[in-house]
Design a protein around this ligand. Structure first.
Ligand SMILES: [Zn+2]
Length: 328
């Protein structure tokens, strides 16, 4: 069943999207079944479900084919992409179960984005770092854990701002900060480059795609100019997902290229399990604490409000059916 803006609670509405909403308070089974239905989250789910399956296959291939310890950071890097797109898929698919579950779904989504910030940092640290930059290198991974947790905290908190426009801007700013920190070694490498290597063009293109994705998401283009016309496909969130997918695919290609072509140039030590997994476990623990904090702060009153909204909506539609029948 496809509903219009006025038929769903405010927390479920998207600016400039007028129709195509799923019914609020669906069960988990109904959400899963909606994977094959046409609604305004269908494109958002599939544009991250397909990359999740693709990168999962790639992670398995990296783990099986590249057995050398030097390839372990690449497995972590690709696994981070799987976590990121996977969390997003789950969030978009199950976000209509209740207002409370919607918040929790997107907390998980934001946690996935902060985790990919760290796994990308691990990839850059071992394969793409500039040959100098020792001071940054020594603090880079620990800084990435801190910035990732901060971005998760700020973006989870942004869901509870009163002004909708501030929510998306604050979220983009917090993940922009995380992304800028992660990308810092690349910017230094580009700035220090004696000559332009082909691979640097790839790194710049990936950053440009990510900036374009952030712009489309924050500016709500194109539905801002044609409200209601892009309700199902082609809206800003869907376009942001597609630009993001191409960006991380290009990012993977570039880091893989660096891994295969810079081995002799760098003197990096062989990674150990502790070096790879300890920062990840720390960030996961911090994100878990942040999510728990925001869940514990959510008022049950809002949940009751959403349920009573749904009851009123059902009562109203039954009255409408009754009067339509009487008028015939
Ligand atoms: Zn999304």
């Amino acid at each position: 069943m496809s509903l219009s803006t006025t038929q769903v609670p405010r927390a479920f509405r998207e600016d400039f999207v007028r129709t195509g909403y799923r019914a609020p308070n669906l069960t988990a089974k109904q959400c899963l079944a909606s994977l094959f239905e046409c609604h305004n989250e269908t494109a958002n789910v599939w544009t991250h479900l397909i990359p999740t399956l693709f990168f999962a296959a790639l992670a398995v291939q990296c783990a099986v084919v590249d057995e050398k310890p030097r390839a372990w950071p690449m497995v972590v890097f690709v696994a981070g992409l799987v976590v990121n797109t996977g969390c997003s898929t789950v969030a978009h698919l199950f976000s209509t179960m209740s207002v409370r579950s919607r918040h929790i779904c997107y907390y998980i989504d934001y946690s996935g984005i902060s985790i990919v910030g760290l796994t990308v940092s691990i990839g850059y640290y071992y394969y793409s770092f500039p040959l100098g930059g020792v001071a940054l290198r020594n603090r880079y991974i620990s800084g990435s854990v801190f910035v990732g947790a901060l971005a998760c905290f700020l973006s989870c908190g942004s869901r509870h701002y009163r002004v909708d426009a501030w929510q998306k801007s604050a979220r983009t700013a917090s993940f922009g900060l995380c992304y800028a920190y992660t990308t810092l070694p690349l910017l230094i490498r580009i700035a220090w480059a004696d000559r332009w290597e082909f691979i640097l063009v790839g790194h710049v293109a990936h950053v440009a795609l990510m900036i374009a994705a952030s712009f489309v998401y924050t500016a709500k283009v194109p539905e801002r100019f044609w409200p209601g016309r892009f309700d199902l496909f082609g809206h800003s969130h869907c376009l942001m997902h597609i630009l993001f997918d191409f960006s991380i695919l290009l990012q993977f290609v570039c880091v893989r290229f660096d891994m295969e072509n810079r081995e002799g140039m760098t003197q990096w030590p062989v990674p150990t399990y502790n070096e790879l997994l300890l920062p990840l476990f720390m960030l996961i623990a911090m994100n878990f604490t942040i999510i728990w904090y925001f869940i514990s702060r959510m008022s049950p009153r809002k949940e009751r409000g959403a349920k009573s909204f749904e009851k009123r909506r059902k009562r109203l539609s039954s009255w409408q059916e009754h009067f339509n029948f009487r008028a015939m």
